[in-house]
Design a protein around this ligand. Sequence first.
Ligand code: CP3
Length: 341
Amino acid sequence: MQDRFLRACRREAVDTTPVWFMRQAGRALPEYRAIREQYGFMDICYQPELCAEVTLQPVRRLGVDAAIMFADIMTPLIATGVGVDLVESIGPVVANPIRTMADVSRIRPIEPEVDVPYISKSIHLLKAELGQTPLIGFAGAPFTLAAYLVEGKGSKNFLNTKAMMYGSPNVWHALMERLADLTISYLRVKLAAGVDALQLFDSWVGCLSPHDYATFVQPYTARILKTLREETNIPLIHFGTNTTNLLPLMRNDGGSVLGADWRIPIDEAWQLIGDDKAIQGNLDPAVLLGPWEYVREQAADILRRIDGRPGHIFNLGHGIHPQTPVANLERLVAFIHEQRA
Ligand code: CP3
């Protein structure tokens, strides 16, 4: 069933559980590493043929039920001239971190035709090559983008980010306002070009208390999801990690599918999210570094907890680690598909 991913997002019955993996296009695949030997990360994003090729690699190799269009969460910021480097094994590095109101004004609105002309081309190419397999478009959520912009790179405790929130709330809110606008414009481009679902990645939002999430983040994430919902019926997937305490709030932001990570059993996460939403997750990607028997046991436990209830998309709780054995990924997809939903 080619549309089992979209059906599960809508909580409709499926023949078997759909599966895809965050970061399925990336360094775990030798064919991706071969392309990266020749081309820079952003070259791949800028050239529709290359973007389509790396997006299709995991679909061909692993037999996943959806493709996610290759890019990075920082792509729209790079496209609008905020100086960001994607450094191997480190992640995004911002040359001049955003700390003041003057810095915030450097983040300008996106002009789709000028700034990201390659996005629509890549999507058109991919839709033609994918046939019935759905294509997911994504963006970073404002908090995770802001965290990179303020810290200048990844962080453990996000202290500069929190210091801005608490100490200069006007700067913080101005920054979030601009990032929300940018994200809406960027996702509209993907929507207009024909993606079948959208995912918002708020990878680091789990460092916040529920109070701080509600005060400093939720208005912006909710504005993005609710604005898009007025314009489209496609699934809107809202993902974060470490969100056990935030899911009861996030469920109100407007996503129709919520991501859960492995820090909470998936049936408990679904209770927090509510049965009017679908759920995506939640195998610890580190489990894939273990022996196949352990992977199978843990995957079977997730399916047992779901117990055939419509509305589950199998995924990891976070992205694939580069050192993951490809054989475990291949076997995991086959195993999920062999089990009846
Ligand atoms: O899922 C997919 O297959 C699509 C590709 C994708 C990438 N980044 C490609 C990438 C997606 C969905 C992302 C999102 C992303 N980027 C997130 C949210 C998801 C998550 O994992 O939390 C975040 C936090 C980033 C920021 C970022 N960019 C990091 C932490 C890194 C990794 C650094 C490293 O080298 O380990 C990047 C760079 C990056 N983005 C790579 C890939 C394949 C690896 C670098 C490369 O190929 O040069």
